[in-house]
Design a protein around this ligand. Sequence first.
Ligand SMILES: O=C(O)CCC(=O)C(=O)O
Ligand SMILES: [Fe+2]
Length: 346
Amino acid sequence: MAEIFDQMEVEFVDQDVSVQVVADTIRNNGEVPERYVRSEIKAEGVIVDAEGYNLPIVDMSRLLSPEFSDEEAVKLGSACENWGFFQVRDDITEFFSLPLEEKLAVAIQPNGVQGFGHHFVFSKEQKLDWVDLLFLATRPVEERSLDFWPTKPSTFRDTLDKYSLEMANVSRQLLKYMANSLGVDQDTLLDTFKGQPQSVRINYYPPCFQADKVLGLSPHTDGVGMTFLLHVNDVQGLQIKKDGKWFSVESMPGALVVNIGDVLEILTNGKYKSIEHRAVVNPDKERITIAAFHSLNLFCTIGPLKDLLKVGEARYKDIDGVEFTKGYFAAKLEGRRYLESLKLGE
Ligand SMILES: O=C(O)CCC(=O)C(=O)O
Ligand SMILES: [Fe+2]
């Protein structure tokens, strides 16, 4: 799985070394550079605050207890079908307060994706996201490229290792309950995720005094099975699109926001939804999140689960996993466009 990240065959273009440095430079008397100004945010309109809806909360301890498991699993199933997002608990790591030189020790290499830097920058003309990131393949363990794993702070690697294991365990548990809720065989679904490839993307969104002019992360879906997002410093900024409107997500302190990615939408033949989401920036505070992505062994074919095709026609093409991932990275962050292109007969 990890080696796929070294052969993406897509060309990324340089941008500023660090958005954090840009933010620091303009803080007192500057303007946001044109490459970061997103006029579409205002044009697009409606943002609905958290009061407008209730994001389902699934309690892991209830899910795992014999007494409440069934009840909680029903909530889990409905959360995946209707929202693609819900929350569970856990903990986190930090790296971005180091001086820039230290972060550049693990800089993303030309045309690579692992390390510190930026993703999805293809042209000098395109608009840029207001974020610095650290992206690492974390599982299977033997496929880690430790060159990109920070050695500072000294506990970083160990902390990430533990976090990665916790997340892998949670994803395994959730898959079991999802299988039950979908009515597919547990082992079949778990087998599909065998080896549990996992990667993490740690996002650092510097504050921006003209926060409404920029976007932290462009609208996109995640090209994986499912994602667990932890708000490292509890600054909010995640928005999800439902019924054509943007909703802000209020994450409970220490909770994980879970979302279904493109691969699970395809496997479930569209029953679970890969939700389009984006991140906005805070005017005064830095915002840090860690997204843990869980996917399939990509050296296989991705398509609707056979168990589900007994009761309905396939709505998505079968696609080779490596092709899918290359296509995802090459398609840029453009909402659900790439996923929609994999639908049959539409
Ligand atoms: O930081 C966030 O709120 C969203 C992060 C995200 O969507 C991602 O890393 O894929
Ligand atoms: Fe995402």
